[in-house]
Write a protein that binds this ligand. Structure first.
Ligand code: ZN
Ligand code: ZN
Length: 215
């Protein structure tokens, strides 16, 4: 490139600090190139302090930053902000829940809207905002279990029942079906949150005896 060609380029001004850079649409577009083909400029360029409008094909929304933000800050459509992007938040919440033996059972809107959480461990359902869930120490702890008074001692009987149930491959629901109660109650018995009554013990015991002898 010879000097004339170089000077012909508007970049000349950029390299000559004594002259303020005169930016035109062409330069603006060159500088906006980092945005890639998914952004379509749908307004005129009217100066660096003025807003320009892009149509963002990925999210289908218009984005109107100042031309300066594009040229000097390399901004992007807000939909790409990982904290505002619902997919990002949802994935983060779901992965976190999975690693804490929990499941999300209601729609995720954003970090501030409570979601319903099902705990596989205690079978409780509780509400919590993703914000608290992810950012507080006890965020993933079931509030129902935490509120419960000191656990009852897990009775020797229930310890035996757990051993028997697992050796037979029965679920808590199976045992619940045997004695006509729900699996939540069996879960509470097994983890000591509740005590089975004498009648319930007798019922479970009769199934244990019958199904153990029978193989
Ligand atoms: Zn967008
Ligand atoms: Zn719980």
């Amino acid at each position: 490139m010879n000097l004339n060609e170089f000077m012909a380029q508007n970049y000349y001004d950029f390299h000559n600090p004594s002259k303020p850079l005169k930016i035109n649409k062409e330069i603006f577009l060159k500088r906006a190139k980092y945005l890639g083909p998914e952004y379509i400029l749908s307004s005129e360029y009217k100066g660096s302090r003025q807003r320009v409008t892009f149509y963002h094909t990925k999210c289908g929304k218009e984005w109107a930053p100042t031309a300066e933000e594009v040229m000097y800050k390399h901004s992007h459509c807000p939909c790409t902000s990982k904290f505002r992007n619902p997919d990002y938040g949802r994935n983060r919440v779901d992965k976190f829940l999975e690693s804490h033996n929990c499941k999300r059972i209601s729609e995720y809107k954003d970090m501030k809207h409570p979601i319903k959480i099902f705990s596989e461990k205690c079978k409780h359902i509780f509400l919590r905002t993703p914000d608290i869930l992810l950012n507080q120490k006890a965020g993933a702890k079931c509030p129902i279990c935490r509120k419960k008074p000191a656990r009852f001692q897990i009775s020797n009987f229930m310890k035996e029942e757990i051993k028997w149930r697992k050796s037979k491959g029965f679920t808590q629901k199976d045992v619940g079906d045997f004695i006509h109660c729900c699996d939540h109650l069996i879960s509470d018995f097994e983890n000591g949150h509740k005590k089975p009554s004498k009648k319930q013990i007798a019922e479970i015991k009769s199934y244990m005896d019958a199904l153990t002898i029978g193989g």
